[in-house]
Design a protein around this ligand. Structure first.
Ligand code: FAD
Length: 561
């Protein structure tokens, strides 16, 4: 019997063990999802171009690949089976790595079943930890008891930090026997600086679109209604495994040293700072989940210095020599760097901070999603119902923070974590937007967005639609933006003021939000400080806050903010 591995569009990895065990590979490029909603042109280009490159890459590696374009997976399966003389003749041993998206495995099995074929779901190698690993740590509710109630309240709350430490111990990453390297699990208190004005981040690499990507992009533009910048000038994402590996190298070499310290910063005109920009490649499968973690761990072993020992913003002493370390450029395999041109050291807070994102957060949200679905997608604990303001779609607002963040999404299909959390979801949360609509907006607009990853991040973390992964919302006034960015200096709204025309919209919205959701939030135990300020305000202040918040909501709704 011939066995076939059907790989989905986010499973594009040529080094999977599952590939060694089959005779052929099936890829179905299904277009229906993109007909239904306006995705970012770069996202569609990225996914379809990566699939087409992957097909060619697999063939070059000697695999027998069937590549089908179809409206739906069902139509693709029909064509696949017909090509083999029908189910009877083909009797295909079809396997699929369990999809990350909720219910998708069962749907695919049903599609195959309706056609008389059987489909086996096998482990998904593109996550480091397995559902069994999670169950062992999390001890989730069993039987019929759902994790989330209908109102989004969680029967059990999971803390990322506990999971992360468990996985560090289990994998041995950045461990020194039973102890974390450096004696602490987390160095985040060093990772909250903003860069000095004269510092510029090392430029990220650009992967110029080749003919196949250009062709795919032209077809995407012609075939679908898209959203966001639909040109190719700003499209620089890796679309092949080779490019993804290069992107990882480049990050580890140049941007990792400043990754930690400026991880939470926002700088006007700098969409990328020292972020890795690897999520699109990791989520497509071009990189396995272990690769970025192990590469960063190896860089730390080679170039590591104590937490905070290297200050990228200081301008001087930027090489390992200055720290008495080895000159890592000698081991730089690609030879691009001139001899003696030393690499910057990797402080532990940068290496640990990055490892926590991938080994901790990414794996964590995936398991929380698995467990909290299907209710997670519709969870709306605060009962927020407003439609997303038009600025999210057209980027048209005078608020510098929001205009920058939406602008990055429109231009690149990307915004970094703090823009996503503390600007894009924070504004929507305070404004009262429906979490499900915000989730869809992220899903359509971001090049790295898939249901399994946006849903826990947007609905749970960003919108507090459920308390399954945090006991309080990530809600902040303009003060936070002012502390972590240079945006407020160029913003026409005054961050120092809460009420009246011209006051920072985040301020009145913040207080109004706390007041409106007092019943749910005051009791959480972690909002004590915020509510002590609520209690300090007198009636006159509340009247002015309410008025300003109402004006802001109206202006946002009318696209006039
Ligand atoms: P870096 O800052 O360089 O981080 C390194 C890697 O860590 C990322 O590539 C990613 O793989 C992983 N990571 C970090 N945080 C998370 C997290 N919370 N969940 C999952 N992985 C994480 N991530 C997505 O991959 N797709 C999304 O659609 C997505 N939507 C988000 C929406 C909101 C509201 C929030 C708050 C976060 C979202 N994230 C999402 C998580 C995180 O913001 C992105 O992974 C990160 O910004 C991607 O950019 P980067 O590769 O430059 O990340």
């Amino acid at each position: 019997d011939r066995s076939t591995l059907w790989l989905l569009g986010d499973q594009l990895n040529p080094t999977l063990d599952a590939l060694d065990e089959v005779d052929e590979v099936l890829l179905i490029e299904a277009h229906g999802f993109a007909d239904r909603r306006p995705y970012h042109a770069h996202k569609l280009t990225l996914v379809f171009a990566a699939m087409r490159h992957f097909r060619d890459d697999l063939r070059d590696r000697g695999h027998d690949v069937t590549y089908l374009e179809a409206a739906s997976f069902g139509d693709g399966l029909d064509a696949f089976l017909a090509g083999r003389g029908g189910t009877e003749a083909a009797d295909p041993d079809l396997r699929v790595m369990r999809p990350a998206s909720h219910g998708a495995g069962e749907r695919l099995r049903a599609l195959a079943g309706e056609r008389g074929a059987s489909l086996t779901l096998i482990d998904n190698e593109l996550f480091w930890t397995t559902p069994d690993d999670w169950r062992e740590w999390a001890d989730p509710p069993r039987g019929d008891e759902p994790l989330l109630g209908e109102d989004g309240a969680a029967a059990r709350r999971y803390r990322q930090e506990g999971w992360y430490r468990h996985v560090r111990r289990e994998t041995g990453v950045l461990m020194d026997g039973d102890e974390p390297v450096g004696g602490e699990w987390n160095f985040d208190d060093r990772n909250r600086e903003t860069p000095p004005v004269d510092w510029s981040p090392p430029s990220p690499p650009r992967y110029e679109p080749d003919d196949l990507t250009r062709e795919t992009h032209a077809w995407v533009r012609d075939r679908f209604d898209t959203w966001g910048d639909d040109g190719l000038e700003e499209f620089a994402w890796p679309v092949t495994r080779a490019e993804a590996l290069d992107a990882l190298d480049d990050f580890v070499r140049d941007r990792l040293p400043s990754f930690g310290r400026y991880q939470d910063a926002m700088v006007t005109g700098e969409p990328f700072l020292s972020h890795s920009l690897l999520s699109p490649a990791i989520n497509l499968g071009l990189l396995g989940p272990r690769e970025p973690v192990l590469a960063v761990e190896a860089a730390y072993a080679d170039r590591g210095v104590e937490p905070g020992a290297y200050d990228p913003g200081r301008g001087d002493a930027t090489t390992l020599d200055a720290f008495g370390g080895s000159d890592a450029s000698e081991s730089d395999a690609d030879g691009e760097r001139a001899p003696g041109d030393a690499l910057a050291p990797v402080p532990l807070n940068a290496a640990e901070g990055f490892v926590r994102q991938v080994l901790g957060w990414r794996e964590f949200v995936r398991h929380v999603y698995r467990e909290a679905m299907p209710r997670l997608a519709g969870a709306n604990r605060l009962d927020q119902q407003r439609e997303l303001p038009p600025a999210y779609w057209d980027g048209d607002t005078e608020m510098t923070c929001l205009s920058e963040a939406v602008g990055h999404v429109r231009e690149f299909g990307y915004a970094h974590h703090i823009e996503r959390l503390m600007v894009l979801s924070n504004f929507a949360l305070l404004y009262g937007a429906d979490p499900a609509e915000l989730n869809e907006w992220f899903h359509l607009g971001f090049v790295d967005a898939y249901h399994w990853v946006t849903t826990p991040n947007v609905v749970a973390m960003g919108s507090f639609g459920t308390d399954v992964l945090s006991s309080k919302p990530y809600a902040a006034s303009g003060n936070y933006v002012n502390r972590m960015s240079d945006h407020c200096a160029s913003c026409p709204y005054a961050v120092s003021r809460t009420t009246g025309e011209g006051a920072c919209p985040l301020n009145a919205l913040y207080w109004d939000f706390l007041r409106e959701h007092e019943e749910t939030l005051r009791g959480t135990g972690r909002m004590g400080l915020a509510y002590s300020h609520v209690d300090d305000k007198d009636d006159a202040e509340w009247t002015a806050i309410r008025e300003r918040a109402e004006d802001v909501r109206e202006q946002a709704r009318d696209g006039a903010l």
